[in-house]
Write a protein that binds this ligand. Sequence first.
Ligand code: 4NP
Length: 214
Amino acid sequence: MPCICQPYSGIVVTADRCSFCTYGIDIAISTCNATSQLKDGGKFPISSFISVMPQNDQISVLFVCLGNICRSPMSEAVFKHTVKELGLEDRFSRIDSCGTAAYHVGEAPDPRSVSTCESHGVPVNHYARQIRQKDFTEFDYVLCMDRSNLSDLQRVKPRDGTAVVKLFGEYGEKGEKRIVDDPYYGGIDGFEVNFQQAVGFSKGFLKEVLKVNV
Ligand code: 4NP
């Protein structure tokens, strides 16, 4: 069956994944079905193919909050779980989390974060660490939870830092709340809200960055 890149590469997908452009077979089918409905019979210009063509490079993502015991280890766990469920693990070289502060370095995540994740079947496995200068060159995306995290990150980002630094909530749906509130001094309900946001933002990231249907 032809992949999305077939007009360009001539490749017919025989494995799970097209060897030329790395689209998965599901995406190849859905995209090719879509293009076959075009007036020109599914032949689209190379420029439009290139604009949707994913990089072969793997992506690295670092989630950041203040203490690295509540929101960011939860976001890391949810994102990893979503990536695994969608069979996208080979598209990522590293998924990690850290805090802007050092208060809880070496600690396991807050039990409320762990129980919220586990109630949704999402495993959590992390020990807190603080952000390092080299994170800004080692990671492609540094995604934080609130504006205070963002200004702290912008202050410590080195001049040669290459990472995209932004709110995780930028990947939310239009009109959705962008800020992941600090749940530390609140009740368990706040952790559930954080969890649901992490689910939505993870899918939004995968849609926008990897162009996958989720
Ligand atoms: P997090 O939550 O930034 O989501 O890990 C917090 C954890 C600890 C503290 C504040 C927020 N604290 O003040 O110790």
